[in-house]
Design a protein around this ligand. Structure first.
Ligand SMILES: NC(=O)c1ccc[n+]([C@@H]2O[C@H](COP(=O)([O-])OP(=O)(O)OC[C@H]3O[C@@H](n4cnc5c(N)ncnc54)[C@H](O)[C@@H]3O)[C@@H](O)[C@H]2O)c1
Length: 253
Protein backbone atom coordinates (compact mmCIF):
# COMPACT_ATOMS: atom_id res chain seq x y z
CA UNK A 1 0.00 0.00 0.00
CA UNK A 2 1.40 3.42 -1.03
CA UNK A 3 0.21 6.27 1.21
CA UNK A 4 -0.04 9.60 -0.64
CA UNK A 5 -0.26 13.29 0.26
CA UNK A 6 -2.08 15.03 -2.63
CA UNK A 7 -1.03 18.65 -3.11
CA UNK A 8 -3.56 20.74 -5.09
CA UNK A 9 -6.26 18.24 -4.10
CA UNK A 10 -9.12 20.74 -4.55
CA UNK A 11 -8.33 21.44 -8.20
CA UNK A 12 -9.42 19.66 -11.39
CA UNK A 13 -6.45 17.27 -11.41
CA UNK A 14 -6.78 16.79 -7.64
CA UNK A 15 -10.33 15.55 -8.21
CA UNK A 16 -9.17 13.28 -11.07
CA UNK A 17 -6.43 11.70 -8.89
CA UNK A 18 -8.88 11.28 -5.99
CA UNK A 19 -11.23 9.41 -8.38
CA UNK A 20 -8.37 7.35 -9.83
CA UNK A 21 -7.38 5.89 -6.43
CA UNK A 22 -10.98 5.37 -5.29
CA UNK A 23 -11.58 1.67 -4.58
CA UNK A 24 -7.92 0.61 -5.08
CA UNK A 25 -6.14 -1.30 -2.34
CA UNK A 26 -2.53 -0.63 -3.47
CA UNK A 27 -2.65 3.18 -3.04
CA UNK A 28 -4.48 5.52 -0.67
CA UNK A 29 -4.60 9.32 -0.25
CA UNK A 30 -4.07 9.99 3.47
CA UNK A 31 -4.15 13.80 3.31
CA UNK A 32 -4.49 16.72 0.93
CA UNK A 33 -2.84 20.14 0.84
CA UNK A 34 -4.61 23.09 -0.79
CA UNK A 35 -4.98 26.82 -0.21
CA UNK A 36 -8.64 26.47 -1.21
CA UNK A 37 -11.21 24.77 1.01
CA UNK A 38 -12.88 21.62 -0.28
CA UNK A 39 -15.01 19.85 2.26
CA UNK A 40 -16.10 16.83 0.24
CA UNK A 41 -12.75 15.04 -0.01
CA UNK A 42 -12.58 11.60 1.67
CA UNK A 43 -9.38 12.63 3.55
CA UNK A 44 -8.31 15.63 5.69
CA UNK A 45 -7.12 18.73 3.80
CA UNK A 46 -4.52 21.17 5.19
CA UNK A 47 -3.75 24.67 3.86
CA UNK A 48 0.06 24.21 3.93
CA UNK A 49 2.66 21.45 4.31
CA UNK A 50 3.71 23.05 7.64
CA UNK A 51 0.38 22.02 9.13
CA UNK A 52 0.51 18.35 8.08
CA UNK A 53 0.50 16.33 11.30
CA UNK A 54 1.74 13.04 9.82
CA UNK A 55 3.90 11.40 7.15
CA UNK A 56 3.21 9.46 3.95
CA UNK A 57 5.18 7.41 1.42
CA UNK A 58 4.89 9.81 -1.54
CA UNK A 59 3.64 13.32 -2.40
CA UNK A 60 1.74 13.87 -5.67
CA UNK A 61 1.64 17.55 -6.63
CA UNK A 62 -0.89 19.01 -9.07
CA UNK A 63 -0.99 22.53 -7.55
CA UNK A 64 1.19 25.37 -8.80
CA UNK A 65 4.83 26.49 -8.70
CA UNK A 66 3.89 28.73 -5.75
CA UNK A 67 3.53 25.59 -3.58
CA UNK A 68 6.99 24.28 -4.44
CA UNK A 69 9.10 25.80 -1.63
CA UNK A 70 6.92 24.41 1.20
CA UNK A 71 6.60 21.07 -0.58
CA UNK A 72 10.37 20.63 -1.04
CA UNK A 73 11.06 21.62 2.57
CA UNK A 74 8.56 19.00 3.79
CA UNK A 75 9.85 16.35 1.34
CA UNK A 76 13.50 16.81 2.40
CA UNK A 77 12.75 17.00 6.15
CA UNK A 78 10.51 13.92 6.08
CA UNK A 79 12.36 11.98 3.35
CA UNK A 80 9.21 11.79 1.20
CA UNK A 81 9.70 11.02 -2.53
CA UNK A 82 7.65 13.47 -4.62
CA UNK A 83 5.87 13.26 -7.98
CA UNK A 84 5.84 16.82 -9.33
CA UNK A 85 3.22 17.26 -12.04
CA UNK A 86 2.52 21.03 -11.85
CA UNK A 87 3.84 23.05 -14.79
CA UNK A 88 5.10 26.61 -15.19
CA UNK A 89 8.32 26.17 -13.18
CA UNK A 90 11.07 28.82 -13.61
CA UNK A 91 14.78 27.97 -13.92
CA UNK A 92 15.08 28.71 -10.16
CA UNK A 93 12.27 26.27 -9.37
CA UNK A 94 13.97 23.56 -11.43
CA UNK A 95 17.30 24.20 -9.68
CA UNK A 96 15.54 23.93 -6.28
CA UNK A 97 14.03 20.56 -7.31
CA UNK A 98 17.44 19.30 -8.46
CA UNK A 99 19.02 20.42 -5.17
CA UNK A 100 16.31 18.62 -3.17
CA UNK A 101 16.86 15.51 -5.30
CA UNK A 102 20.37 15.20 -3.82
CA UNK A 103 18.61 14.26 -0.54
CA UNK A 104 15.27 12.73 -1.56
CA UNK A 105 13.81 11.11 -4.71
CA UNK A 106 12.14 13.64 -7.05
CA UNK A 107 10.04 12.75 -10.08
CA UNK A 108 9.12 15.48 -12.56
CA UNK A 109 7.26 15.28 -15.84
CA UNK A 110 5.53 18.01 -17.85
CA UNK A 111 3.11 15.32 -19.01
CA UNK A 112 2.05 12.16 -17.21
CA UNK A 113 0.39 10.38 -20.16
CA UNK A 114 1.90 7.28 -21.74
CA UNK A 115 1.13 8.58 -25.27
CA UNK A 116 3.01 11.86 -24.81
CA UNK A 117 6.03 10.05 -23.44
CA UNK A 118 5.95 7.77 -26.49
CA UNK A 119 5.71 10.68 -28.99
CA UNK A 120 8.56 12.36 -27.16
CA UNK A 121 10.76 9.38 -28.14
CA UNK A 122 9.36 9.48 -31.72
CA UNK A 123 10.11 13.22 -31.97
CA UNK A 124 13.72 12.65 -30.91
CA UNK A 125 14.13 9.89 -33.53
CA UNK A 126 12.47 12.05 -36.23
CA UNK A 127 14.73 15.00 -35.39
CA UNK A 128 17.81 12.80 -35.90
CA UNK A 129 16.67 11.96 -39.44
CA UNK A 130 14.90 15.18 -40.50
CA UNK A 131 16.40 17.85 -38.25
CA UNK A 132 19.09 18.99 -40.68
CA UNK A 133 16.84 19.78 -43.62
CA UNK A 134 13.31 20.19 -42.20
CA UNK A 135 11.91 23.14 -40.23
CA UNK A 136 10.49 22.18 -36.83
CA UNK A 137 7.46 23.88 -35.27
CA UNK A 138 5.45 22.82 -32.19
CA UNK A 139 1.79 23.75 -31.69
CA UNK A 140 -0.13 23.12 -28.47
CA UNK A 141 -3.78 23.76 -27.54
CA UNK A 142 -5.40 23.80 -24.08
CA UNK A 143 -8.57 24.93 -22.31
CA UNK A 144 -9.21 28.60 -21.53
CA UNK A 145 -8.43 28.23 -17.79
CA UNK A 146 -4.78 27.22 -18.27
CA UNK A 147 -2.41 29.74 -16.66
CA UNK A 148 0.99 29.02 -18.24
CA UNK A 149 2.04 29.15 -21.90
CA UNK A 150 3.61 27.43 -23.68
CA UNK A 151 2.56 24.21 -21.94
CA UNK A 152 5.11 22.21 -19.95
CA UNK A 153 4.51 19.42 -22.45
CA UNK A 154 5.40 21.61 -25.45
CA UNK A 155 8.69 22.46 -23.69
CA UNK A 156 9.28 18.79 -22.90
CA UNK A 157 8.71 17.87 -26.58
CA UNK A 158 11.05 20.67 -27.68
CA UNK A 159 13.77 19.25 -25.41
CA UNK A 160 13.23 15.81 -27.00
CA UNK A 161 13.60 17.29 -30.51
CA UNK A 162 16.71 19.18 -29.37
CA UNK A 163 18.30 15.89 -28.21
CA UNK A 164 18.03 14.63 -31.80
CA UNK A 165 19.65 17.72 -33.35
CA UNK A 166 23.36 18.48 -33.67
CA UNK A 167 22.83 22.23 -33.16
CA UNK A 168 21.32 24.33 -30.36
CA UNK A 169 18.09 25.79 -31.80
CA UNK A 170 16.76 29.29 -31.10
CA UNK A 171 13.27 29.02 -29.57
CA UNK A 172 10.75 31.44 -31.10
CA UNK A 173 7.50 31.86 -29.14
CA UNK A 174 4.75 32.91 -31.58
CA UNK A 175 5.90 35.30 -34.28
CA UNK A 176 4.01 38.54 -33.67
CA UNK A 177 7.14 40.53 -32.81
CA UNK A 178 9.26 39.73 -35.89
CA UNK A 179 8.94 40.41 -39.61
CA UNK A 180 11.72 38.38 -41.07
CA UNK A 181 12.32 35.08 -42.82
CA UNK A 182 12.52 32.00 -40.67
CA UNK A 183 16.05 30.98 -39.71
CA UNK A 184 16.97 27.32 -40.35
CA UNK A 185 17.94 26.83 -36.71
CA UNK A 186 14.71 28.05 -35.14
CA UNK A 187 12.06 25.97 -33.41
CA UNK A 188 8.74 27.84 -33.32
CA UNK A 189 6.44 27.15 -30.34
CA UNK A 190 2.81 28.27 -30.53
CA UNK A 191 -0.04 28.21 -27.99
CA UNK A 192 -3.79 28.09 -28.55
CA UNK A 193 -6.20 28.58 -25.61
CA UNK A 194 -9.92 27.91 -25.78
CA UNK A 195 -12.99 26.14 -24.44
CA UNK A 196 -12.45 22.83 -22.72
CA UNK A 197 -9.59 21.41 -24.85
CA UNK A 198 -7.87 18.92 -22.53
CA UNK A 199 -4.48 18.99 -24.29
CA UNK A 200 -3.29 18.73 -27.91
CA UNK A 201 0.32 18.71 -29.10
CA UNK A 202 1.72 18.54 -32.62
CA UNK A 203 5.33 18.53 -33.75
CA UNK A 204 5.59 19.56 -37.39
CA UNK A 205 8.66 18.70 -39.48
CA UNK A 206 8.20 20.76 -42.66
CA UNK A 207 10.55 19.96 -45.55
CA UNK A 208 10.66 20.62 -49.28
CA UNK A 209 7.46 19.11 -50.73
CA UNK A 210 6.70 16.94 -47.70
CA UNK A 211 5.53 17.42 -44.12
CA UNK A 212 5.77 14.95 -41.23
CA UNK A 213 3.46 15.56 -38.24
CA UNK A 214 3.59 13.75 -34.91
CA UNK A 215 0.60 14.52 -32.75
CA UNK A 216 -1.19 13.56 -29.56
CA UNK A 217 -4.60 14.41 -28.21
CA UNK A 218 -5.62 13.86 -24.58
CA UNK A 219 -9.36 13.16 -24.46
CA UNK A 220 -9.71 13.40 -20.68
CA UNK A 221 -7.66 14.42 -17.65
CA UNK A 222 -7.92 10.83 -16.43
CA UNK A 223 -4.83 9.87 -18.48
CA UNK A 224 -2.70 12.28 -16.41
CA UNK A 225 -4.22 11.07 -13.14
CA UNK A 226 -3.53 7.42 -14.04
CA UNK A 227 0.09 8.31 -14.92
CA UNK A 228 0.55 10.14 -11.60
CA UNK A 229 -0.83 7.16 -9.65
CA UNK A 230 1.54 4.76 -11.46
CA UNK A 231 4.45 7.14 -10.83
CA UNK A 232 3.59 7.41 -7.10
CA UNK A 233 3.56 3.62 -6.69
CA UNK A 234 6.90 3.44 -8.55
CA UNK A 235 8.47 6.22 -6.41
CA UNK A 236 7.74 4.68 -2.99
CA UNK A 237 11.06 3.95 -1.23
CA UNK A 238 13.17 5.17 -4.19
CA UNK A 239 16.68 6.47 -3.46
CA UNK A 240 17.50 10.18 -3.84
CA UNK A 241 17.87 11.44 -7.42
CA UNK A 242 15.82 12.70 -10.36
CA UNK A 243 13.27 10.39 -12.02
CA UNK A 244 10.83 10.80 -14.91
CA UNK A 245 8.15 8.92 -16.83
CA UNK A 246 10.70 6.94 -18.86
CA UNK A 247 11.80 5.24 -15.58
CA UNK A 248 8.20 4.21 -14.83
CA UNK A 249 7.65 2.91 -18.39
CA UNK A 250 10.93 0.91 -18.26
CA UNK A 251 9.91 -0.62 -14.90
CA UNK A 252 6.52 -1.66 -16.32
CA UNK A 253 7.93 -3.37 -19.44
N1 LIG B 1 2.07 16.93 -15.77
C1 LIG B 1 0.85 16.70 -16.29
O1 LIG B 1 0.60 15.69 -16.98
C2 LIG B 1 -0.25 17.68 -16.04
C3 LIG B 1 -1.56 17.42 -16.50
C4 LIG B 1 -2.59 18.32 -16.16
C5 LIG B 1 -2.29 19.46 -15.42
N2 LIG B 1 -1.00 19.69 -15.04
C6 LIG B 1 -0.64 20.85 -14.22
O2 LIG B 1 -1.11 20.61 -12.90
C7 LIG B 1 -1.42 21.86 -12.28
C8 LIG B 1 -2.84 21.82 -11.76
O3 LIG B 1 -3.75 21.70 -12.83
P1 LIG B 1 -5.35 21.79 -12.58
O4 LIG B 1 -5.95 21.76 -13.95
O5 LIG B 1 -5.79 20.79 -11.59
O6 LIG B 1 -5.45 23.27 -11.96
P2 LIG B 1 -6.51 23.82 -10.91
O7 LIG B 1 -6.35 25.30 -10.93
O8 LIG B 1 -7.86 23.23 -11.16
O9 LIG B 1 -6.00 23.22 -9.50
C9 LIG B 1 -4.87 23.70 -8.83
C10 LIG B 1 -5.13 23.54 -7.33
O10 LIG B 1 -3.91 23.87 -6.65
C11 LIG B 1 -4.22 24.73 -5.56
N3 LIG B 1 -3.08 25.58 -5.26
C12 LIG B 1 -2.58 26.62 -6.00
N4 LIG B 1 -1.53 27.17 -5.39
C13 LIG B 1 -1.33 26.47 -4.24
C14 LIG B 1 -0.40 26.56 -3.18
N5 LIG B 1 0.56 27.49 -3.16
N6 LIG B 1 -0.49 25.67 -2.16
C15 LIG B 1 -1.47 24.73 -2.15
N7 LIG B 1 -2.39 24.60 -3.12
C16 LIG B 1 -2.32 25.46 -4.16
C17 LIG B 1 -5.45 25.53 -6.02
O11 LIG B 1 -6.18 26.05 -4.90
C18 LIG B 1 -6.22 24.48 -6.81
O12 LIG B 1 -7.12 23.77 -5.98
C19 LIG B 1 -1.16 22.94 -13.35
O13 LIG B 1 0.18 23.40 -13.17
C20 LIG B 1 -1.27 22.16 -14.66
O14 LIG B 1 -0.58 22.75 -15.73
C21 LIG B 1 0.01 18.82 -15.32
Amino acid sequence: MTKVILSGCCGKMGAAVTNAVNGRDDIKIVAGVDIMECLTMPYPVFPTFDELPFKADVIIDFSSPSALTGLLEYAVNNNTPSVLCATGYSEEHIKAVEKASEKVAMFRSGNMSLGINLISELAKAAAKVLGQSFDVEIVEAHHNLKLDAPSGTALMLEKAVEEGLDYAPELVYDRHDRSQKRDKHEIGIHSVRGGTIVGEHEIIFAGNDEVVKISHQALSKNVFAAGAVNAAIYMKDKKSGMYDMSDVIKAQN
